[in-house]
Design a protein around this ligand. Structure first.
Ligand code: GDP
Ligand code: IMO
Ligand code: MG
Length: 422
C-alpha cells in the first residue's frame, strides 16, 4: 500500500489538523515526520476544539496507530502537558501512540538559546515560535543532539550536562546566560514520563505496515514556504516541510509515496517575519483576520493576512508533486463582493513572472491581481460541494485551471462536518 502525505502549501496554519482528522477514518496509521511544538494543529468536533502540537492528528481515532517519527524534534515538557490535556478530555493515548527512538529531544537550553538568538537579531528576527526548534535541529545536524532513545541510557544525565555546558558557552558568546533552572526539574520528570511510552524503531514499524497493506497518512507541519531549503530563507523553520521530508523523517522510500494532499486557504496568511507579497495592511486584511480568527494556535500572535498567491502555490505544488488540492476557509471570504487573486509578480526591472525570485525579502515585488466576483453569502450551511454558489465554483475552477490540479475538498467551517468533498 502506498503512503499518502498531507502538506501545507503556504506559510503554515492552512488547516492541516482539520483535514487529517477528516481523512483519518480511511487510514490505519497517522505519522508526523518533522517539526515539533512550533506546530499547532486545530481539530473541532462535537462542540470541542483541540489543539495538537506534537501528537499526530489521528489520535482521536482508537483504531489508528499514531507515530511521532524520527524527523520530529520533541519537547518532553510540552508532550507531557499535551498528553495530560487529552487525558482530561477522556482521550487515552498510551495504547495508540508510538515515538521514534531517533526523534531529537528539545532541551530547556534549546528554548533559551532560541530566545537569545532571536533577541540578538533585533529587527531582523525570524519571528520564531521560540519553542527551541532552530537550536534543536542545529544540534541534530551538528551531530551533538540527544535523541528520545538516549533517555534509556544509564548516562543520559551526563550526556545532558555535557550538551548544556556547550549551550552555556554559546549563550556567553551573546553575553547572556541560559535561564533553565526553573525548567530542569520539569524536564527530567517529563523525560521519566516519556520513558513510560512505547519507544520504537519507527522506520521498521512503518515499513512493516506498508508490507502488511496498511494505509498510512504522513501529516506535515508548517508549510512549504517555511521549508529550510525552498522556503523564504532565512525566514523559514529548520526542517524540510515538503513531501521529501516525509521520506527522511519516517524512513519511507520515495517509491512508496501515493497521494499527496496539498492544503491551502482560499486566501493567505503568515505568522512571524519575512516576505509576503500579497499581504494586506489595510481594513481588508483586518476583515480577513477577524472573520478567519487568524491568531496563532501556538503563540496567539495575530497572523498577517492577504490575498491568495498563485506563484507561491504553483511553486509548492511543483516541489511536492501534489495530486489533490484541498481549499480551506472558503467561508472566511463570505463577506466580500470582490476577491483578488495574485496571478503574477512584477519585478523592479518591469518584467512579469509567475516564478519566485531567489531573494524574496530584498526584491521589491508588485503583485498582479485578477479580480473575481465574491459569493456574498454564508457558506457554512452548505452540505454539498456541487451545490455551492456558482461564484465559489467559478473561483475554484479558475484555481484548478491555473494550478493544474483538482480541488477535491472545500472546507467551509472549522468543524469536522463543514467539509465538502467533490
Ligand atoms: P494547521 O496548523 O494547518 O493545522 O492549522 P491551524 O489549526 O493552526 O489553523 C487553522 C485554523 O482555522 C484553526 O483555528 C481551525 O479551526 C480553523 N479552520 C480550519 N478549517 C476552517 C474552515 O474551513 N473555516 C474556518 N472558518 N475555519 C477553519
Ligand atoms: P503549523 O504546523 C505557522 C513560523 C514561525 C516563524 C518561522 C520559524 O501549525 O502550520 P520556528 O519556531 O519554527 O523557529 O519559527 O516559522 N512557524 C509557523 N507558522 N504555522 C506553523 O506550524 C509554524 N511553525 C513555525 O512563526 O515565522
Ligand atoms: Mg497551525
Amino acid at each position: 500500500m502506498p503512503v499518502d502525505i498531507l502538506v501545507g502549501l503556504q506559510w503554515g496554519d492552512e488547516g492541516k489538523g482539520k483535514i487529517v482528522d477528516v481523512l483519518a477514518p480511511q487510514y490505519d496509521v497517522v505519522a508526523r515526520f518533522q517539526g515539533g511544538p512550533n506546530a499547532g494543529h486545530t481539530l473541532e468536533f462535537e462542540g470541542t476544539k483541540h489543539v495538537l502540537h506534537q501528537i499526530p492528528s489521528g489520535i482521536f481515532h482508537e483504531h489508528i496507530t499514531n507515530i511521532i517519527g524520527n524527523g520530529v524534534v520533541l519537547d518532553p515538557i510540552v508532550f507531557c502537558t499535551e498528553v495530560e490535556k487529552l487525558a482530561a478530555r477522556g482521550v487515552e493515548v498510551t495504547r495508540n501512540l508510538f515515538i521514534s527512538k531517533k526523534a531529537q529531544l528539545i532541551l530547556p537550553s534549546h528554548k533559551s538559546l532560541d530566545r537569545i538568538s532571536e533577541e540578538a537579531l533585533g529587527t531582523s528576527k525570524i519571528g520564531s515560535t521560540q519553542k527551541g526548534i532552530g537550536p534543536a535541529y542545529q544540534d541534530k545536524i551538528g551531530r551533538s543532539g540527544l535523541r528520545v532513545g538516549d533517555t534509556l541510557l544509564p548516562d543520559f544525565k551526563e550526556k545532558y550536562e555535557a550538551i548544556v555546558e556547550k549551550h552555556q558557552k554559546i549563550a556567553s558568546f551573546y553575553q547572556k546566560s541560559l535561564e533553565i533552572e526553573a525548567l530542569e526539574e520539569d524536564f527530567f520528570n517529563a523525560v521519566e514520563f516519556l520513558r513510560s511510552f512505547t519507544l520504537v524503531d519507527s522506520e521498521y514499524m512503518i515499513n512493516q505496515a506498508i508490507k502488511d497493506g496498511k494505509k498510512i497518512l504522513a501529516e506535515g507541519a508548517q508549510g512549504s514556504l517555511l521549508d529550510i531549503d525552498f522556503g523564504t530563507y532565512p525566514f523559514v523553520t529548520s526542517s524540510n516541510t515538503l513531501v521529501a521530508g516525509a521520506c527522511t523523517g519516517l524512513g519511507i522510500a520515495p517509491r512508496h509515496i501515493g497521494e499527496v494532499y496539498g492544503i491551502f486557504k482560499a486566501y493567505c496568511t503568515r505568522v512571524g517575519s519575512g516576505p509576503f507579497p500579497t499581504e494586506l495592511h489595510d481594513e481588508v486584511g483586518e476583515k480577513i483576520r477577524q472573520a478567519g480568527r487568524e491568531f496563532g494556535s501556538t503563540t496567539g500572535r495575530p497572523r498577517r493576512c492577504g490575498w491568495i498567491d498563485l506563484p507561491t502555490l504553483k511553486y509548492a505544488i511543483m516541489l511536492n508533486g501534489v495530486t489533490q488540492l484541498n481549499m480551506m476557509k472558503a467561508d472566511v471570504l463570505d463577506g466580500f463582493d470582490e476577491i483578488q487573486i495574485c496571478t503574477h509578480y512584477q519585478l523592479p526591472d518591469g518584467s512579469i513572472t509567475d516564478q519566485l525570485p531567489h531573494d524574496m525579502e530584498k526584491t521589491e515585488i508588485t503583485p498582479i491581481y485578477k479580480s473575481m466576483k465574491g459569493w456574498g453569502e454564508e457558506l457554512r450551511s452548505y452540505e454539498s460541494y456541487q451545490e455551492l454558489p456558482s461564484t465559489v465554483l467559478e473561483y475554484v475552477a479558475y484555481l484548478e485551471q491555473e494550478l493544474g490540479v483538482g480541488v477535491n475538498i472545500i472546507s467551509v467551517g472549522p468543524d469536522r462536518k463543514s467539509t465538502l468533498t467533490k
